[in-house]
Design a protein around this ligand. Structure first.
Ligand SMILES: CC1=C(CCC(=O)O)c2cc3nc(cc4[nH]c(cc5[nH]c(cc1n2)c(C)c5CCC(=O)O)c(CCC(=O)O)c4C)C(CCC(=O)O)=C3C
Ligand SMILES: [Fe+2]
Length: 386
């Protein structure tokens, strides 16, 4: 943890931090209502929903995501306390309890009037940016806390997309280096095979239309991953002391088969690597911040089984979770957002070539489809319907 160099007021003008996440079911009875919340109006085929339901039932109907968010909340609170910063943290989710509305009620009960929101998605696309900003606006609207001019009884600002923040990058480097060491220590894996393992970054696939629309934020969703991947791979090489071949693959595709989504799927990619003579892989879920169901099922269950069938030695690297560089980085980002709100000059730290993302979203940022005006309001941009 960083030494206490801040003042208790370092987070002003904010009264509270909203840790804003996806949510997931806690028990078998929650699964269907949760999936209904996630997919309302999204045109996902029933067959896909039944299949995803089975992924959850295979884990007793309980997603690990809620406990992981509580752990992250505790880690952020500890980091704030260690730096002597006074800022209460409230947790809310788009798709399950505690809902965004529960968090809003809690914030109002505390008397909070300015809140900084931190979403548990590192990259900029509809799913990781605008969909949260819309949910916030619609929730405030439903509570009678937002008028047509965009005035709110509680004012929300958002921490920028942080995929290229140094803390997120470093926590991923550390997790990948650990994974290479685990691979080298594994029975039956030669030192040469472990050193030659291909580094496969994995992220959530999105429809091509969503990928195209994400360009408004500065670079597309996939380009953001490639930019970070280059930095992370270079640091991994430096730490391991040998070259590393890396690539990017996708998981968790849904939607009808006729709709193009980002490829290659991680399972297909493993097949291609194996055919080309690769003996070992490290799978790094850099698209996710914790080991939730998309990681526990799509990677640990499915992709590791594919690797085993192919005879590939494979280790799945950890997500950033509550690793110290990540948590410290999140607190740095909150303080950066506060300094921007106070209109102070700040250094917005970023690795790679894309530069720091905007804290106030550009008009048209991260729509579901290019040029589409859904008519849904969204907060944390220059206008309510921009
Ligand atoms: C980019 C992205 C992230 C990464 C960024 C981030 O981490 O936020 C992410 C995370 C997550 N996605 C999750 C779960 C689901 N996502 C679904 C569906 C979809 N995700 C999409 C995108 C993303 N999703 C998209 C474009 C769809 C299609 C529908 C739509 O256009 O919105 C569906 C419906 C069924 C299915 O088709 O899989 C489920 C159940 C969980 C919770 C896991 C748990 O419970 O532990 C988490 C963290
Ligand atoms: Fe998802």
């Amino acid at each position: 943890m960083a030494p206490s160099t801040e003042t208790p007021q370092a987070a002003l003008p904010y009264d509270a931090l909203l840790l804003y996440s996806f949510g997931g079911p806690n028990k078998a009875e929650d699964v269907v209502p949760f999936l209904r919340n996630v997919t309302a109006g999204k045109g996902i085929p029933d067959s896909r929903l039944e299949e995803v339901g089975e992924h959850y039932y295979g884990f007793g109907g309980k997603s690990p995501i809620n406990e992981q968010n509580l752990a992250l909340k505790a880690a952020i609170e500890a980091e704030l306390a260690a730096r002597g910063i006074e800022l209460p943290v409230v947790w809310g989710n788009r798709n399950w309890e505690p809902y965004t509305r529960d968090a809003l009620d809690e914030l109002k009960a505390m008397g909070a009037s300015r809140v900084v929101a931190l979403v548990t998605s590192a990259y900029s696309s509809y799913s990781g940016c605008r969909q949260y900003r819309e949910d916030l606006a619609v929730t405030l609207q439903g509570a009678g806390d937002l008028d047509e001019e965009g005035s709110t009884s509680v004012q929300f600002d958002k921490v920028r997309s942080y995929f290229n923040h140094p803390g997120f990058a470093q926590a991923n480097v550390d997790a990948i280096v650990d994974a290479y060491r685990e691979l080298a220590a594994r029975d039956g894996v030669t030192a040469q095979d472990a050193a030659g393992a291909t580094l496969v970054f994995v992220t959530h696939s999105i429809p091509d239309t969503m990928e195209a629309a994400s360009a408004v934020s500065g670079a597309t969703y996939s380009e953001q991953h490639l930019d970070l991947g280059a930095v992370v791979a270079e640091r991994v090489e430096a730490e391991l002391g040998h070259p590393v071949t890396w690539t990017l693959a996708y998981c968790s595709r849904s939607g009808p088969p006729t709709q193009p989504w980002l490829e290659p799927d991680v399972n297909d990619l493993l097949g291609q690597l194996s055919e080309a003579g690769t003996k070992a892989v490290v799978l790094s879920p850099i698209g996710f911040v914790s080991d939730h169901m998309e990681v526990a099922y799509d990677l640990d269950t499915e992709a590791l089984a594919t690797a085993a069938e192919l005879g590939l030695a494979a280790v799945r690297a950890g997500t950033v979770g509550t690793r110290a560089p990540f948590v410290a980085g999140l607190v740095d980002l909150v303080l950066e957002r506060a300094a921007l709100a106070r209109e102070e000059d700040v250094v917005e730290a970023a690795v790679g070539n894309l530069g720091a993302y905007r804290s106030v979203c550009r008009p048209g940022c991260c729509r579901r489809r290019d040029g589409e005006d859904s008519g849904v309001p969204a907060l944390c941009s220059v206008g309510l319907y921009t």
